[in-house]
Design a protein around this ligand. Sequence first.
Ligand SMILES: Nc1ncnc2c1ncn2[C@@H]1O[C@H](COP(=O)(O)OP(=O)(O)O)[C@@H](O)[C@H]1O
Ligand SMILES: [Mg+2]
Length: 340
Amino acid sequence: MRLKAPQDQTIIGESPAFLEIIDQCSRAAKHDRPVLVIGERGTGKELIAARLHFLSPRWERNFIQVNCAALPENLLESELFGHEAGSFTGANVRRIGRFEEAHNGTLFLDEIATTSLSAQEKLLRVTEYGTFQRIGSNKTQQTDVRIIGATNIDLPTAADRGDFRHDLLDRLALDVITLPPLRHRRDDILLLAFQFGQRVAQEREWMSFPGFSDDMVDALMQHNWPGNIRELKNVIERAVYHSEDEYAPVDTIEIDPFQSPFRPQSIIRKEKNGKSEVSRVQTPLLDGTPVDYGQATATFERTILEDALESSKYNQRDTAKFLSLTYHQLRHQLKKHNML
Ligand SMILES: Nc1ncnc2c1ncn2[C@@H]1O[C@H](COP(=O)(O)OP(=O)(O)O)[C@@H](O)[C@H]1O
Ligand SMILES: [Mg+2]
């Protein structure tokens, strides 16, 4: 199945899991309610969000995209809702926010889980009443915007932890489209690989695309693709760009050595002689399944603390020095992890 998306982005896939998503997307597009698109990085969330807009009755209006993770908290609010001149340092002129820009259209809030609770409160109001205020203004504005949110984290868990408002989640979750990781739609790997390969061959002005060698096909099928379609695209582009003979099947798969699911985490250790050394620390991270960021970083921190305590024979002042922390910073960390 080839479906035209904007910016000449073709959505490719034939696996049952993918076709189900496309169906769900077509149904959700029609009914003009908020939609959440959930999926690991690189699974195509942006493509699906665009598709939702272009299949919706709003398709001729603006499709505005904001990456919520790209801006600090206060700037994000002004980006979304606009501000009046003089409302904060640096706000010299009035600025129209993205909600106003997206009026009658769609606003795609990518990485929505990273928004602050204060921004979430404002988002809740817009989704419930269609109203908001520019930062620094008392005047209430009315807007008619369809919100599509995307994230790669589990929002119910975030809500239970108090990082995401339950009420906003309920509002946004009228339709939830969860994209399968590439490793769960293996039927699509070669199809996608071929398409990406063909595109590069065309760019290189080859007569035709010679396909992949058997070894390369095996390697593509065996890899777990933690970076999903984005990773596959990069691997294929690299392989086809590096291939020297346009008539020989592409044979050199170069899966980024740094993108291994078993990639160890490194920390810099300082030696007594003042030199630094990079050493490996075993962490529970990245085996290709979704990760709870909070839990994973806490485990990582605890591992470092335990390791440092042990090698300093449990002397806290030495441990602090070992980790370049003050004694109080170390105590704070130990308390945080219930290690006192
Ligand atoms: N079904 C698909 N068919 C073709 N290309 C895809 C598909 N899904 C994703 N891609 C490509 O993979 C890359 C990552 O997609 P993107 O939508 O940015 O993922 P996400 O937002 O989930 O990280 C993009 O280059 C996109 O064009
Ligand atoms: Mg994305």
